[in-house]
Design a protein around this ligand. Sequence first.
Ligand code: FAD
Length: 318
Amino acid sequence: MSPDVLAVAEHRRGDVREVSYELVTAGRELADATGGDLHLAVISGRIDEFTTRLDLEGVDRIHTVDYGEEFNHDVYTQVVCALADELDPQYVLAPNSVNGLDYAPAVANRLGLPLVTDAVGIEYDGGLTVTREMYGSKVETTVEVDAERTVTTIRPGEWVTTEAIGDAEVTPFEFEVDESAVNSEVTGFEEVAGGDVDIADAEVLVSVGRGIEEEENVELVERLADALGATLSSSRPIVDNGWLPKNRQVGQSGKVVTPKVYIAIGISGAVQHVAGMKGSETIVAINNDPNAPIFDIADYGVVGDLFDVVPELIEEFE
Ligand code: FAD
């Protein structure tokens, strides 16, 4: 076994996902602690472009496999296992994303390694300690992994990213995908309604909650989002009511977001909601209840009726 770390980059619809940059930070920290190198696997039909973008400070080697425009479970599983066989890294890191959670368990199973999912912190001191959250982020747990090697998935939005250009050695990984073992094929990509937007990528989110009262009032908050050049998101009741599509929901059973600015309007701040937005850089809350829990985590708060405050903000920003 080498003390190295192998991280697997992620892309979607022709773009490198933010979590790939976060993996570089997490992987570098871990490799520094183990005294190993950080290897990054880039599996894509756009390796030149993605490799240029991911050649970041801290990455020692990038291994490319020129295959497919979209994620494929069987291909990723085969490639990551083969790379792990060749490099024999101590740790494999993948994103705790829909894709990562698709192949990481298969990789761990094939390599005969334990899998630790949804890490929000990783420490190495002769052994791996992973921090995870439970009960909608109310409880933090530390897992002391009783194994020399693991596959670990990291939660998006928990590590800072670097944009500093690196000088990694880029090597095509000579690997022939076993097509007879590729049992699925991406034939097209269809977004759910309103799926043109990925709230996880937004820099400014204006989020609407049950305080909006009626479906037709959602438009008021949407106008504020437009005036700010922001993206509209929501708490769960808005989605449960069918007023916005599921992909706009922030929270434990929605998306985890880390925008520069998060404006919560008529949202109480339930733990399940906070679990999805507490990593935002600046949180602004508008709520008519001064005791609403959202004010406990807000950097700026307006205690007031949203039907008075939001029109004034729209006027100001327009
Ligand atoms: P409420 O809690 O009803 O809050 C509405 C707020 O609006 C109140 O604070 C009120 O003071 C304020 N308000 C009312 N009128 C006005 C006004 N005129 N002007 C200003 N403020 C006003 N929730 C999520 O959001 N995301 C999730 O992913 C999620 N996952 C869940 C998973 C599980 C397993 C469970 C059990 C729950 C989950 N929930 C989730 C639901 C969560 O517990 C809360 O019920 C929900 O977040 C509440 O949404 P809200 O803040 O919009 O509504």
